[in-house]
Design a binder for this molecule. Structure first.
Ligand SMILES: C[S@@+](CC[C@H](N)C(=O)[O-])C[C@H]1O[C@@H](n2cnc3c(N)ncnc32)[C@H](O)[C@@H]1O
Length: 223
């Protein structure tokens, strides 16, 4: 993989990009819907989201999918994004909180304190080392039986999406900011032996392909 944005560069980009993130919904939503269909959010009690952006997916979960008693904690490194998400999740302030981070991926959460760890279109802008840190944190904060719920950009499987992917990766290698720092990834190899895969699916919309992945931490890997 080529270079990725530093945490500082990613924060600066998303501080500028702000609400324009929601224009990506045309390819994000179909993949996030497939994730929701397989992650059993209807039986969740505590959701943590890394890189919550404008809070669009959280709002949908709180409004229409999660039980009324479920709590939500969102984390993001961009001040602009945190302000947008806090505003959007205002109606759920009795059970939803959004926190600004310094970009470090260690979360201020107790071990085994949530049952869903959600991150959509964030791992695809992180370095491989950071992805491993995020997965370690997910394993730490998830309770037994909890679920890791990820969506990221992935490689195309049709001629059109393969071509688009090549163009996307070319732009990323010239200047990652041109594509929001994101590049296609395969998530599964990062899971290694610590996770049991529950669902994996590639969803392509207008040539942009995303993978939706749901996994559960294996007991033997939990400290
Ligand atoms: C492509 S956007 C995705 C936002 C949202 N999850 C969605 O699916 O629409 C990436 C988000 O990750 C946040 N982000 C990037 N690096 C981060 C880091 N190191 N820690 C926390 N958030 C980060 C950005 O500020 C931005 O809100």
């Amino acid at each position: 993989m080529g270079g990725v944005l530093s945490h500082k560069e990613a924060r600066a980009f998303y501080d500028r990009f702000g609400a324009k993130q929601d224009l990506q919904s045309f390819y994000e939503d179909p993949a996030v819907e497939r994730l929701i269909a397989h992650a059993d959010f209807a039986n969740a009690s505590a959701v943590v989201e890394l890189g919550c952006g404008t809070g669009r997916h959280a709002e949908r979960l709180l409004r229409a999918v999660l039980p009324a008693s479920a709590t939500y904690a969102g984390f993001d490194a961009s001040e602009t994004m945190v302000a947008l998400a806090q505003n959007r999740l205002g109606p759920y302030s009795n059970r939803a909180r959004v926190y600004l981070t310094d970009g470090s991926l260690k979360l201020p959460m107790a071990d085994r304190s949530c049952d869903r760890f959600l991150s959509t279109y964030v791992l695809d802008l992180l370095s491989e080392e950071d992805i491993r840190t995020v997965l370690g944190e997910a394993r730490r904060v998830l309770a037994p039986g909890g679920r890791l719920c990820l969506v990221s950009l992935t490689f195309g499987e049709t001629p059109v999406s393969r071509l688009l992917c090549r163009v996307w990766m070319g732009l990323h290698s010239v200047r990652p900011q041109l594509v929001g720092g994101c590049r296609p990834l395969h998530l599964q190899p990062f899971l290694k032996a610590s996770w049991e895969l529950i669902h994996h699916e590639v969803v392509c919309t207008l040539g942009v392909c995303s993978e939706a992945l749901v996994a559960s931490p294996l007991e033997s890997s939990m400290r």
